[in-house]
Write a protein that binds this ligand. Structure first.
Ligand code: FAD
Length: 347
């Protein structure tokens, strides 16, 4: 086989589209029970923060959302499911890849189910969802209440009447605080730095346009326009705008430690809590690459601008964040990164 793609979320599918057009012999392996990648696990009210027209994979635009607005997560799952079928992409699931090893004819890919394949090149597109990150906080084990990561958060009614700490100052933290604060007895937002809110008229589409302008300028050696804000800055989606009107969008700095009944700050102040929702981000899901010995202490792999692993030229990484291509972790941005990988793979 020419190419194995590990992961068939939006990044893997975009790679599949270009591999098919190049006429290569390829296959995608995916651990999920069905199509949709990380979108299958998002919370119930999650929407994109760009309109459908700006959230499309290569070849086929995402259908517009009935009634306008940003597509809800179910619409993204339906789009990814239909996309996979439309291009008859050869996805095998569920297949949990456990190891990628060097072999005489290429890279050997092993799965938990006992199967193994060898390919001349491998594209790893496993995303970050399966690796939620929670910071080391003194006393975390002592806390008597419930702790969940945003990866497992589903709906605000699960916290009705409770005192809840929402930790994290990105889009997940802001959106979850916005809806939990309508149901909880008390919702306290804790962020490492003061949260950065984007102007109301800036959504994912504007962020992507600005990231593209910067990418083009850098390629052409021109001075890059200033960033409008990182993808971690908070997009003012309608629930967050509504929370601002209720005056709940203020945050406390990080607490010093947890105790059984809640959080304690350095000045001795305390907030009692029955639950903590950690909205503290994700790390690349790269356990399967451990046998290659190229995952660095920061959890990443050193790659070329096209995503080729510097220490293993038969391995390519796609969709994990700006380090694998500008805006490659978004629907709109992954096309450019996937096209570059497939153009350069197996010259
Ligand atoms: P995933 O979607 O995670 O797909 C990876 C696939 O690989 C999965 O199907 C998984 O099962 C499989 N896999 C993992 N490990 C293995 C393994 N070892 N073996 C086999 N298969 C494996 N993006 C946008 O474009 N627009 C937005 O508006 C937007 N909003 C967001 C809002 C929030 C709150 C969050 C958290 C994210 C948002 N994103 C948005 C980002 C987007 O959800 C992810 O970045 C995107 O899903 C990443 O796609 P991916 O294909 O790289 O990974």
């Amino acid at each position: 086989m020419d190419v194995l793609v590990i992961g068939a979320g939006q990044a893997g599918l975009a790679a599949g589209y270009f591999l098919k057009r190049r006429g290569l012999d390829y296959r995608l392996l995916d651990a999920g029970a069905a199509a949709g990648g990380a979108w299958r696990h998002g919370w119930e009210s999650l929407t994109l923060f760009s309109p459908a027209a700006q959230s499309s994979l290569p070849g086929w635009p995402m259908p517009p959302t009935p009634g306008g607005g940003y597509p809800p997560r179910d619409a993204v799952i339906a789009y990814l499911t239909a996309y996979e079928a439309r291009y008859a992409l050869p996805v095998q699931r569920p297949v949990q890849v456990t190891a990628v090893r060097r072999a005489a004819e290429g890279l050997r890919v092993e799965a938990a189910e006992g199967a193994a394949w060898t390919a001349r090149a491998v594209i790893s597109a496993t995303g970050t969802w399966s690796h939620p990150f929670v910071p080391q906080v003194p006393g975390r084990e002592a806390f008597a209440g419930r702790q969940i990561h945003s990866a497992r958060y589903r709906r605000p009614a699960d916290f009705a009447g409770q005192s809840v700490l929402v930790v994290g100052g990105g889009n997940s933290g802001a959106q979850i605080l916005a809806e939990v604060s309508r149901h909880a007895a008390r919702a306290t937002w804790v962020t490492e730095r003061p949260p950065v809110f984007l102007p109301d008229d800036v959504d994912g589409r504007v962020l992507f346009d600005r990231a593209t302008a910067r990418w083009q300028a850098e390629r052409e050696g021109r001075p890059a326009p200033p960033p409008l804000g990182g993808l971690g800055n908070i997009v003012m989606v309608p629930p967050v705008v509504e929370a601002r009107a209720r005056r709940v969008l203020h945050s406390l700095p990080p607490f010093a430690r947890l105790e059984a009944a809640g959080a304690v700050w350095a000045d001795g102040s305390r907030v009692a809590a029955e639950a903590i929702i950690w909205c503290t981000g994700f790390r690349p899901a790269l356990d399967h690459l451990a046998p290659l010995g190229l995952v660095e202490a920061d959890g990443r792999v050193r790659v070329s601008p096209e995503g080729q692993a510097l220490a293993e030229p038969r391995l390519w990484l796609l969709g994990y964040g700006d380090w694998t291509g500008a805006a490659s972790a978004t629907l709109a941005g992954v096309t450019r990164a996937a096209r570059a990988v497939v153009a350069a793979i197996l010259p």
